[in-house]
Design a protein around this ligand. Sequence first.
Ligand SMILES: [Zn+2]
Length: 177
Amino acid sequence: MNTLEHADGPAPDLIVPLVGFRQWRLANGVLTSMYDRAAWPQDGVTASCDRGHSSAEVPAKDCSCGVYAYYDPCPRTASAATCDLIGGAVVLWGRIEAHMYGMRGKHARIVALELPLSHARKRRAVIEAGERVGVPVVPHRSLKAVALDYGAVLQPSLRPKKTLTRAANVWARNGPV
Ligand SMILES: [Zn+2]
């Protein structure tokens, strides 16, 4: 069961995993975080904190810890500029911190990858990456629908209109990690 917290205090427990969207780099066939280059294994990742929050506290409210994901799919063109940047969908579960445009979660797992628009070689590489982590590779227009087989979107009423914590600033600076 998820525990959701945001600027207005604890929200009701959520029963289903939450669907989010993010990007990865594809490095030698391995999906890695865009920022710390950590590999994303098939069974998912669990966030830790390098500022001293315990496992039970991650993601902490006034911190940048946690696995980041946007509420909405990244723009179709966001991954087109480079050969190694790819978009996809995740589910987050465990403790969740909600922000304006996305959330930070304790645990995350990839549920689908997005088929690139062009570059035959990149398309092949993404399809192979999807096979390796056991998730479907789908066109951008289908990404959200496919992801919803694995979880639910966070209701807009539970998303803060604005976030005043330091973590929100970190979010704006760094984007999903
Ligand atoms: Zn932390």
